[in-house]
Write a protein that binds this ligand. Structure first.
Ligand code: 5RP
Length: 309
Protein backbone atom coordinates (compact mmCIF):
# COMPACT_ATOMS: atom_id res chain seq x y z
CA UNK A 1 0.00 0.00 0.00
CA UNK A 2 1.04 3.63 -0.33
CA UNK A 3 1.99 5.53 2.85
CA UNK A 4 3.59 8.83 3.82
CA UNK A 5 6.32 8.80 6.49
CA UNK A 6 7.12 12.02 8.33
CA UNK A 7 10.48 11.90 10.14
CA UNK A 8 13.22 9.76 8.60
CA UNK A 9 15.57 9.53 11.58
CA UNK A 10 16.87 6.36 13.27
CA UNK A 11 13.38 4.91 13.71
CA UNK A 12 11.34 6.48 10.87
CA UNK A 13 14.10 5.97 8.29
CA UNK A 14 14.48 2.28 9.13
CA UNK A 15 10.72 1.75 9.20
CA UNK A 16 10.38 3.38 5.77
CA UNK A 17 13.12 1.04 4.53
CA UNK A 18 11.43 -2.06 5.99
CA UNK A 19 8.15 -1.01 4.36
CA UNK A 20 9.85 -0.53 0.99
CA UNK A 21 11.54 -3.92 1.29
CA UNK A 22 8.05 -5.32 1.96
CA UNK A 23 6.74 -3.90 -1.34
CA UNK A 24 5.02 -0.76 -0.06
CA UNK A 25 5.32 2.63 -1.73
CA UNK A 26 6.68 5.09 0.85
CA UNK A 27 6.85 8.85 0.32
CA UNK A 28 9.12 10.21 3.03
CA UNK A 29 9.44 13.71 4.43
CA UNK A 30 12.23 14.91 6.70
CA UNK A 31 13.41 18.38 7.70
CA UNK A 32 16.80 17.32 6.32
CA UNK A 33 16.46 17.81 2.53
CA UNK A 34 19.31 15.34 1.95
CA UNK A 35 17.12 12.40 2.99
CA UNK A 36 13.65 13.75 2.13
CA UNK A 37 11.64 12.66 -0.93
CA UNK A 38 9.58 15.86 -0.91
CA UNK A 39 10.11 19.49 -0.03
CA UNK A 40 7.40 19.87 2.57
CA UNK A 41 4.28 18.30 4.08
CA UNK A 42 2.10 19.88 1.39
CA UNK A 43 4.02 18.09 -1.36
CA UNK A 44 3.93 14.85 0.66
CA UNK A 45 0.13 15.02 0.87
CA UNK A 46 -0.15 15.88 -2.86
CA UNK A 47 1.99 12.84 -3.75
CA UNK A 48 -0.35 10.45 -1.88
CA UNK A 49 -3.53 8.98 -3.38
CA UNK A 50 -6.72 9.27 -1.27
CA UNK A 51 -7.62 7.82 1.12
CA UNK A 52 -4.16 8.72 2.44
CA UNK A 53 -2.26 7.29 5.37
CA UNK A 54 0.49 9.43 6.92
CA UNK A 55 2.74 7.90 9.60
CA UNK A 56 4.29 10.53 11.92
CA UNK A 57 7.63 9.46 13.44
CA UNK A 58 8.97 12.62 15.08
CA UNK A 59 9.87 13.37 18.73
CA UNK A 60 6.98 13.41 21.21
CA UNK A 61 5.53 16.70 22.42
CA UNK A 62 5.72 19.90 20.38
CA UNK A 63 7.23 18.39 17.18
CA UNK A 64 4.42 15.79 17.02
CA UNK A 65 1.75 18.35 17.96
CA UNK A 66 2.91 20.76 15.22
CA UNK A 67 3.04 17.97 12.62
CA UNK A 68 -0.45 16.68 13.45
CA UNK A 69 -1.81 20.24 13.33
CA UNK A 70 -0.19 20.85 9.92
CA UNK A 71 -1.55 17.55 8.57
CA UNK A 72 -5.03 18.41 9.87
CA UNK A 73 -4.94 21.43 7.56
CA UNK A 74 -3.74 19.46 4.52
CA UNK A 75 -5.53 16.08 4.64
CA UNK A 76 -9.13 15.30 3.66
CA UNK A 77 -11.99 13.32 5.25
CA UNK A 78 -11.28 9.59 5.07
CA UNK A 79 -7.50 9.99 5.46
CA UNK A 80 -5.68 8.58 8.52
CA UNK A 81 -2.83 9.98 10.61
CA UNK A 82 -0.71 7.47 12.54
CA UNK A 83 1.47 8.65 15.43
CA UNK A 84 4.24 6.08 15.92
CA UNK A 85 6.46 8.20 18.18
CA UNK A 86 6.71 7.87 21.95
CA UNK A 87 3.83 10.32 22.55
CA UNK A 88 2.00 10.71 25.84
CA UNK A 89 -1.39 8.96 25.60
CA UNK A 90 -3.08 12.16 26.83
CA UNK A 91 -1.85 13.96 23.67
CA UNK A 92 -3.39 11.19 21.52
CA UNK A 93 -6.86 11.94 22.78
CA UNK A 94 -6.49 15.62 21.87
CA UNK A 95 -5.03 14.81 18.43
CA UNK A 96 -7.77 12.22 17.80
CA UNK A 97 -10.49 14.76 18.62
CA UNK A 98 -8.93 17.51 16.48
CA UNK A 99 -8.63 15.23 13.46
CA UNK A 100 -12.06 13.61 13.97
CA UNK A 101 -13.62 17.10 13.77
CA UNK A 102 -12.35 17.17 10.15
CA UNK A 103 -13.35 13.58 9.36
CA UNK A 104 -9.71 12.42 9.52
CA UNK A 105 -8.88 9.20 11.39
CA UNK A 106 -6.18 8.84 14.02
CA UNK A 107 -4.30 5.78 15.21
CA UNK A 108 -1.61 5.77 17.92
CA UNK A 109 1.11 3.14 17.74
CA UNK A 110 3.68 2.31 20.39
CA UNK A 111 6.68 0.98 18.51
CA UNK A 112 9.41 -1.13 20.11
CA UNK A 113 12.44 -2.66 18.47
CA UNK A 114 14.96 0.15 18.30
CA UNK A 115 17.64 0.09 15.62
CA UNK A 116 17.25 -3.70 15.35
CA UNK A 117 13.69 -3.38 14.08
CA UNK A 118 14.73 -2.97 10.44
CA UNK A 119 15.75 -6.62 10.25
CA UNK A 120 13.90 -8.16 13.22
CA UNK A 121 10.63 -6.28 12.91
CA UNK A 122 8.95 -3.87 15.30
CA UNK A 123 6.53 -4.79 18.06
CA UNK A 124 3.43 -2.65 17.54
CA UNK A 125 0.89 -1.62 20.20
CA UNK A 126 -2.00 0.13 18.47
CA UNK A 127 -4.92 2.26 19.62
CA UNK A 128 -7.89 3.48 17.57
CA UNK A 129 -11.03 2.45 15.71
CA UNK A 130 -11.22 -1.13 14.43
CA UNK A 131 -11.90 0.12 10.86
CA UNK A 132 -8.76 2.27 10.84
CA UNK A 133 -6.63 -0.55 12.26
CA UNK A 134 -7.99 -2.90 9.57
CA UNK A 135 -7.25 -0.38 6.80
CA UNK A 136 -3.64 -0.17 7.97
CA UNK A 137 -3.12 -3.91 8.46
CA UNK A 138 -0.88 -4.36 5.33
CA UNK A 139 1.54 -1.83 6.82
CA UNK A 140 1.39 -3.34 10.31
CA UNK A 141 1.92 -6.84 8.88
CA UNK A 142 5.15 -5.72 7.18
CA UNK A 143 6.51 -3.77 10.15
CA UNK A 144 5.86 -6.38 12.85
CA UNK A 145 8.10 -9.38 13.51
CA UNK A 146 7.37 -12.66 11.70
CA UNK A 147 5.58 -14.07 14.78
CA UNK A 148 3.35 -12.06 17.12
CA UNK A 149 4.45 -8.59 18.17
CA UNK A 150 1.13 -6.92 17.41
CA UNK A 151 -1.83 -5.86 19.54
CA UNK A 152 -4.86 -3.68 18.97
CA UNK A 153 -4.80 -2.57 22.59
CA UNK A 154 -7.99 -0.48 22.62
CA UNK A 155 -9.32 2.90 21.65
CA UNK A 156 -7.23 6.00 20.89
CA UNK A 157 -4.42 6.35 23.46
CA UNK A 158 -4.31 2.64 24.35
CA UNK A 159 -1.34 1.96 22.05
CA UNK A 160 0.84 4.62 23.63
CA UNK A 161 -0.39 3.73 27.13
CA UNK A 162 0.72 0.13 26.51
CA UNK A 163 4.09 1.34 25.18
CA UNK A 164 4.48 3.63 28.20
CA UNK A 165 4.03 0.70 30.59
CA UNK A 166 6.36 -1.40 28.40
CA UNK A 167 9.02 1.28 28.84
CA UNK A 168 8.39 1.43 32.58
CA UNK A 169 9.04 -2.33 32.75
CA UNK A 170 12.15 -1.74 30.61
CA UNK A 171 13.40 0.76 33.23
CA UNK A 172 12.94 -1.76 36.04
CA UNK A 173 14.57 -4.65 34.16
CA UNK A 174 17.56 -2.57 33.12
CA UNK A 175 18.02 -1.28 36.68
CA UNK A 176 17.99 -4.84 38.04
CA UNK A 177 20.69 -5.95 35.57
CA UNK A 178 22.68 -2.81 36.39
CA UNK A 179 22.53 -3.36 40.15
CA UNK A 180 23.40 -7.05 39.84
CA UNK A 181 26.43 -6.16 37.72
CA UNK A 182 27.59 -3.51 40.21
CA UNK A 183 27.38 -5.96 43.13
CA UNK A 184 29.23 -8.69 41.23
CA UNK A 185 32.01 -6.22 40.37
CA UNK A 186 32.22 -4.75 43.89
CA UNK A 187 32.13 -7.94 45.94
CA UNK A 188 35.27 -9.54 44.47
CA UNK A 189 33.82 -13.02 44.95
CA UNK A 190 33.07 -13.88 41.33
CA UNK A 191 36.22 -13.77 39.16
CA UNK A 192 34.52 -13.90 35.76
CA UNK A 193 31.65 -11.39 35.86
CA UNK A 194 31.31 -11.14 32.08
CA UNK A 195 31.32 -14.94 31.77
CA UNK A 196 28.65 -15.13 34.46
CA UNK A 197 26.38 -12.78 32.51
CA UNK A 198 27.09 -14.78 29.33
CA UNK A 199 26.21 -18.05 31.06
CA UNK A 200 22.85 -16.61 32.14
CA UNK A 201 21.77 -16.30 28.50
CA UNK A 202 20.81 -19.97 28.30
CA UNK A 203 18.49 -21.85 30.57
CA UNK A 204 18.04 -19.21 33.27
CA UNK A 205 14.91 -17.52 34.51
CA UNK A 206 16.35 -14.10 33.58
CA UNK A 207 17.42 -14.85 29.97
CA UNK A 208 16.13 -12.06 27.76
CA UNK A 209 16.98 -9.65 24.94
CA UNK A 210 18.12 -7.04 27.47
CA UNK A 211 20.50 -9.62 28.95
CA UNK A 212 21.77 -10.39 25.41
CA UNK A 213 22.38 -6.66 24.89
CA UNK A 214 24.12 -6.44 28.28
CA UNK A 215 26.50 -9.22 27.20
CA UNK A 216 27.07 -7.40 23.91
CA UNK A 217 27.93 -4.18 25.77
CA UNK A 218 30.36 -6.07 28.05
CA UNK A 219 31.95 -7.70 25.00
CA UNK A 220 32.64 -4.24 23.58
CA UNK A 221 33.87 -2.75 26.90
CA UNK A 222 34.29 -5.44 29.61
CA UNK A 223 34.28 -3.09 32.62
CA UNK A 224 32.30 -0.32 30.91
CA UNK A 225 35.26 1.99 31.51
CA UNK A 226 34.48 3.96 28.35
CA UNK A 227 31.18 5.15 29.83
CA UNK A 228 30.16 7.59 32.51
CA UNK A 229 27.45 6.42 34.91
CA UNK A 230 24.98 8.96 33.55
CA UNK A 231 21.55 8.14 32.10
CA UNK A 232 19.02 10.41 30.42
CA UNK A 233 15.30 9.69 30.14
CA UNK A 234 12.86 10.56 27.37
CA UNK A 235 9.65 10.92 29.40
CA UNK A 236 7.93 7.56 29.33
CA UNK A 237 9.28 6.51 32.75
CA UNK A 238 7.97 9.75 34.27
CA UNK A 239 4.56 9.30 32.65
CA UNK A 240 4.38 5.73 33.95
CA UNK A 241 5.03 6.92 37.49
CA UNK A 242 2.53 9.79 37.05
CA UNK A 243 -0.14 7.33 35.87
CA UNK A 244 0.61 5.10 38.86
CA UNK A 245 0.11 8.01 41.24
CA UNK A 246 -3.12 8.97 39.45
CA UNK A 247 -4.48 5.43 39.87
CA UNK A 248 -2.90 4.83 43.30
CA UNK A 249 -0.98 1.83 41.99
CA UNK A 250 2.26 1.12 43.88
CA UNK A 251 5.21 1.07 41.48
CA UNK A 252 8.28 0.93 43.72
CA UNK A 253 10.63 -0.78 41.26
CA UNK A 254 9.91 1.42 38.24
CA UNK A 255 9.89 4.58 40.39
CA UNK A 256 13.25 3.68 41.94
CA UNK A 257 14.69 2.98 38.48
CA UNK A 258 13.54 6.42 37.29
CA UNK A 259 15.01 8.12 40.38
CA UNK A 260 18.29 6.24 39.88
CA UNK A 261 18.60 8.02 36.51
CA UNK A 262 17.96 11.42 38.14
CA UNK A 263 20.62 10.58 40.73
CA UNK A 264 23.08 9.66 37.98
CA UNK A 265 23.01 13.24 36.74
CA UNK A 266 24.14 14.75 40.03
CA UNK A 267 27.85 15.11 40.74
CA UNK A 268 27.04 15.25 44.46
CA UNK A 269 23.87 14.54 46.47
CA UNK A 270 22.31 17.63 48.05
CA UNK A 271 19.94 15.37 50.00
CA UNK A 272 22.83 13.36 51.45
CA UNK A 273 24.49 16.60 52.58
CA UNK A 274 21.37 17.12 54.71
CA UNK A 275 21.62 13.58 56.08
CA UNK A 276 25.31 14.12 56.92
CA UNK A 277 24.54 17.51 58.50
CA UNK A 278 21.72 16.11 60.66
CA UNK A 279 23.75 13.05 61.79
CA UNK A 280 26.47 15.46 62.78
CA UNK A 281 23.98 17.72 64.59
CA UNK A 282 22.18 15.05 66.61
CA UNK A 283 24.93 12.51 67.15
CA UNK A 284 28.18 14.33 66.59
CA UNK A 285 28.87 11.87 63.79
CA UNK A 286 31.80 12.73 61.56
CA UNK A 287 31.17 14.14 58.11
CA UNK A 288 33.08 14.07 54.86
CA UNK A 289 34.11 17.52 53.71
CA UNK A 290 33.37 18.79 50.22
CA UNK A 291 37.12 18.56 49.54
CA UNK A 292 37.53 14.83 50.08
CA UNK A 293 37.54 12.10 52.67
CA UNK A 294 38.73 13.95 55.80
CA UNK A 295 36.52 13.46 58.78
CA UNK A 296 34.93 10.18 57.68
CA UNK A 297 33.87 8.76 61.01
CA UNK A 298 35.05 5.43 62.41
CA UNK A 299 31.39 4.74 63.24
CA UNK A 300 30.57 4.25 59.59
CA UNK A 301 30.51 0.69 58.19
CA UNK A 302 31.97 2.17 55.02
CA UNK A 303 34.68 4.06 56.89
CA UNK A 304 37.45 2.09 55.25
CA UNK A 305 36.15 3.00 51.79
CA UNK A 306 37.16 6.47 50.65
CA UNK A 307 34.19 8.46 49.34
CA UNK A 308 34.41 9.83 45.81
CA UNK A 309 36.26 13.13 45.53
O1 5RP B 1 11.12 3.39 23.44
C1 5RP B 1 12.28 3.10 23.51
C2 5RP B 1 12.72 1.71 23.79
O2 5RP B 1 11.65 0.87 24.06
C3 5RP B 1 13.26 4.20 23.30
O3 5RP B 1 14.56 3.76 23.08
C4 5RP B 1 13.18 5.19 24.40
O4 5RP B 1 13.87 6.36 24.05
C5 5RP B 1 13.76 4.68 25.70
O5 5RP B 1 13.31 5.46 26.77
P1 5RP B 1 14.30 6.31 27.67
O6 5RP B 1 15.03 7.26 26.74
O7 5RP B 1 13.43 7.06 28.64
O8 5RP B 1 15.26 5.35 28.33
Amino acid sequence: MQIGMVGLGRMGGNMAERLRRGGHEVVGYDRDPAISDVEDLKELVERLRPPRAVWVMVPAGEPTRATVEALAGLLAPGDIVIDGGNSHYVDDRRHGDELAAKGIGFVDVGVSGGVWGLDNGYALMTGGDEAHIRALSPVFDTLKPAEGGFVHAGKIGAGHFAKMVHNGIEYGMMQAFAEGWELLEAADVVDDVEGTFKSWRQGTVIRSWLLDLMVRALDEDPDLSELRGYAQDSGEGRWTVQAAVEHAVPLPVITAALYARFRSRQSDSPAMKVIAALRSQFGGHAVSSAEGSEGLGADSPGADVAPPA
